[in-house]
Design a binder for this molecule. Structure first.
Ligand code: PHE
Length: 341
């Protein structure tokens, strides 16, 4: 005597309750719904039925098939969700707020010097700005009073992209955008990575860091520039630093200077490190050229300002006595991990 549909369903439900893995669900599917499955097999009984009962019987078998299919799928889904939840619960928790363990890493010397400078300038009312590394010709050159074919461009060859943009050669490339963003009065510093198409040696790299600063207000003069630079450098080196200005040419400042600091090794007496001059060249700077202020939308009748381009890479080398600039980009943990702070 063939098993009834009700009995088959009951038996299936019991088996389903005991199934707990994807293989078990698949086996049940084959056992009941496969080509030779038990429910599929019920259709074979059709032949024994009277013609008017076949239709109803067929419908019932199909309904049982659907119910069985649905029950297996639902249970399999639930089991899958449970499995995922179990895996999540087993994953070790990652706490973003945990402080960095110093034995696992250290800050790059340039990051350390940059943070020092940022802290000092922030305490003097400067905001810290970020800017792109990929810029256009206008921002890197033209807005800075360096028209196309100006010889000053020769000093700053860089890497050009196929769309005409370029990798910025100096942080001055951000001056125009920052003036336009905030207007005057303005005090801002903007550290950044710069690029130049240069061959490398112990003192030159194609990738280096600068920190630009600008201050624009009424009655800003060179004495303000000297004061801010002296204060900042004395803080960074933790000692009184003497500074001096020499004339220097940059199309975006007028007058332009090279700022030197008293030699850190001999204190200004003269030694091999400073070629016996007592001074080290550190930071080009000057009073912002009126054309640059105008391009930035600043009223030149009312405002003047100074700008400086501090070589952060250079500063890090001086502060930590690093002799070869290439060590800084080498990723050599042996030399870089000495600078834990
Ligand atoms: N941008 C110049 C350079 O990288 C430096 C500079 C900045 C000079 C600001 C004057 C004023 O060569």
């Amino acid at each position: 005597m063939a098993i009834s549909m009700d009995e088959l369903w009951k038996q299936f439900c019991e088996n389903l309750t005991n199934a707990d893995s994807s293989e078990a669900f698949e086996q049940l599917r084959i056992r009941y719904l496969g080509k030779k499955g038990e429910i599929t097999g019920l259709l074979k009984n059709m032949g024994a039925l009277a013609a008017d009962q076949r239709r109803e019987y067929g419908q019932k078998v199909n309904e049982l098939k659907e119910r069985t299919e649905k029950a297996i799928t639902e249970k399999a889904m639930q089991a899958h969700v449970k499995e995922v939840e179990r895996k999540i619960a087993m994953t070790p928790k990652f706490d973003l707020t945990q402080p960095l363990k110093l034995e696992e890493g250290s800050y790059h010397p340039i990051t350390l010097v940059q943070r020092d400078c940022e802290k000092i300038f922030a305490s003097m009312g400067f905001t810290i700005e970020d800017y792109d590394e990929i810029v256009d010709d206008y921002h890197c050159f033209e807005a800075l009073n360096i028209p196309k074919h100006h010889p000053a461009r020769d000093m700053q060859d860089t890497y050009y992209l196929t769309n005409g943009q370029l990798l910025k050669t100096h942080t001055s490339a951000a001056q125009n955008a920052i003036m336009r963003k905030y207007g005057a009065p303005l005090r801002a510093i903007f550290p950044g990575r710069c690029f130049r198409n240069e061959s490398t040696d112990a003192c030159h790299e194609n990738t280096f860091f600068q920190m630009e600063g600008i201050m624009i207000d009424e009655n800003i003069s060179i004495s303000n520039l000297i004061y801010f630079m002296k204060t900042m450098l004395s803080e960074v080196f933790q000692r009184d630093i003497k500074v001096r200005l020499r004339p220097g040419f940059f199309p975006f400042v007028e007058p332009g200077f090279e700022l030197d600091i008293s030699c850190l090794i001999c204190g200004g007496k003269g030694c091999p490190s400073c070629k016996n001059s007592g001074w080290l060249e550190l930071c080009p700077c000057g009073m912002i050229h009126p054309n640059v202020l105008k391009a930035g939308g600043i009223d030149t009748e009312k405002y003047t300002g100074f700008a400086f381009g501090l070589g952060l890479t250079r500063l890090a080398m001086m502060k930590y006595g690093i002799k070869d600039i290439r060590d800084l980009n080498s990723g050599n943990l042996k030399s870089l991990s000495q600078f834990v702070q």
